[in-house]
Design a binder for this molecule. Structure first.
Ligand SMILES: Cc1cc2nc3c(=O)[nH]c(=O)nc-3n(C[C@H](O)[C@H](O)[C@H](O)COP(=O)(O)OP(=O)(O)OC[C@H]3O[C@@H](n4cnc5c(N)ncnc54)[C@H](O)[C@@H]3O)c2cc1C
Length: 408
């Protein structure tokens, strides 16, 4: 049989993991790993945490040592954008003009930060945070001290606020919703994060948004929709992300709120797969869903790689996420857009609890602050779609694992 060629588009967490899995699983054909950023795959989570605070080098977050890719015969094309991928003709074209024919391709182009369509958004000193280059710019500004003005208090905003406060900067946040992480957690749980930040001296203004960024050649102040003028040394915008799908737009590959894939991470075009932040996958428990989590990018990368080799593994992980803010370790599992019951185990006031989110009696998601064990233990329950006894959920002496066996 002729040597096969596989191409991975996007050299991030998911693409890098998939490349490693392909080699580990014995794929010995040509393997291209193409990334727009000039760096080999690295982890993004430290960018808002240890790296931003100057506690960790970027190299510590590299997925593999630089020499590893060459040793494995992985043909990395870095600083190269894939302009277009034609899944039917099975080729792709790079910004350099190079054309690569492939037998199978995996798209892991991730997501990009949403832009705010307001004046001054492009002023120097108005930062977003997605790449190492973004983090480097923000870190330089942060290490000079002063005051930061943040727009958005989702996970990225909350982590940046925590890191900047830890560095001693003054931080004011403007958030459209009624509290922090309102969309993901609802107001009651969202307020536990709000209280955490308030206790650490973050000034938070809710139900207000960005009207414009002002400054003479550089950011000086944010003017809000409610007419406030908040001065600062730099601004950070963290208002969510959107999937990067241009590479297949206008081709036969289906795009609908992400690149559409089935449970095995296959697109509608044979030989073309998608995984990670960009993939809207058909999850056996949650239905069609696109999530933006580190752990998901790793696990999906592994499953996609194995399926490129001919397996038919279904990606059915319960989804798991973590965030570190000050001394609070936060974890979340599952996926819930709506829920009708929240059961708390532990104490929200003491910031040591796990909350279970249920819909029609079925456990859909769990969220913890400094109580990670039960998030982990809830994952098999979420995956199995169990209807747990609420008193048992509430009782810290009940081992969640026993609820699964009871159900079974
Ligand atoms: C600051 C920050 C902190 C985070 N913290 C956490 C955390 O604490 N916990 C957690 O679970 N998750 C966290 N995340 C989310 C997590 O990092 C992402 O879910 C994960 O990086 C997704 O991996 P991915 O490979 O799908 O996409 P990405 O990491 O976005 O990688 C995609 C890559 O593809 C490249 N690319 C795009 N289009 C093309 C093209 N046409 N041609 C070539 N290359 C292309 C991009 O430049 C990028 O390098 C964080 C993210 C950020 C930004």
């Amino acid at each position: 049989m002729a040597e096969q060629t596989f191409a991975i588009v996007g050299a991030g967490q998911c693409g890098g993991t998939a490349a490693a899995t392909l080699r580990e699983e014995g794929f010995d054909g040509r393997l291209f790993l193409i990334g727009e950023e000039p760096l080999l795959p690295y982890e993004r989570p430290p960018l808002s945490k240890e790296y931003l605070r100057g506690e960790q080098s970027l190299e510590r977050g590299f997925l593999r040592a630089p020499g590893w890719y060459e040793e494995q015969g992985i043909e990395a094309r870095l600083g190269e954008l894939v302009k277009r991928l034609d899944g039917v003709q099975r080729n792709l074209v790079l910004s350099s003009g190079e054309r690569i024919d492939f037998d199978a391709a995996l798209i892991t182009t991730g997501s990009r930060n949403r832009r705010l369509a307001v004046p001054g958004f492009d002023l120097p000193g108005v930062f977003g945070l997605r790449t190492a280059a973004d983090a480097e710019r923000m870190r330089e500004a942060a290490l000079r001290g002063g005051k930061a003005v943040l727009v958005g208090m989702g996970f990225i905003g909350a982590e940046v606020a925590a890191s900047l406060r830890t560095l001693g900067l003054a931080v004011t946040v403007v958030e459209f919703a009624e509290t922090t992480l309102n969309q993901v957690l609802g107001p009651d749980l969202g307020r536990t994060i709000e209280a955490l930040h308030r206790d650490h001296g973050v000034e938070m203004i809710f139900r207000d948004g960005a009207e414009r960024f002002e400054g003479e050649g550089r950011f000086e102040a944010l003017v809000t929709t409610e007419g406030r003028r908040i001065e600062g040394d730099f601004a950070v915008v963290g208002v969510g992300v959107e999937p990067v799908t241009e590479v297949v737009e206008g081709t036969d590959v289906a795009v609908d709120g992400g690149i559409v894939v089935d449970g095995s991470l296959r697109t509608n075009v044979a030989g073309v797969f998608a995984a990670g932040d960009v993939a809207r996958h058909d999850h056996p428990v949650f239905g069609p869903v696109r999530v933006e989590h580190f752990d998901n990018a790793i696990k999906m990368g592994m499953v996609a790689a194995r399926n490129m080799l001919g397996r038919a593994e279904v990606f059915d992980d319960a989804h798991w996420f973590w965030s570190d803010q000050y001394d609070a370790h936060i974890q979340m599992a599952g996926f819930a857009i709506e829920w009708d019951d929240v059961v708390v185990r532990g104490s929200k006031d003491e910031r040591s609890f796990v909350a279970f989110l249920l819909k029609d009696g079925v456990l859909r998601s769990s969220f913890s602050m400094n109580w990670p064990r039960d998030v982990r233990r809830s994952m098999p329950l979420i995956k199995a779609g169990v209807r747990p006894d609420l008193d048992a959920l509430k009782d810290p002496d009940v081992d969640l694992r026993t609820l699964l066996s009871k159900e079974a």
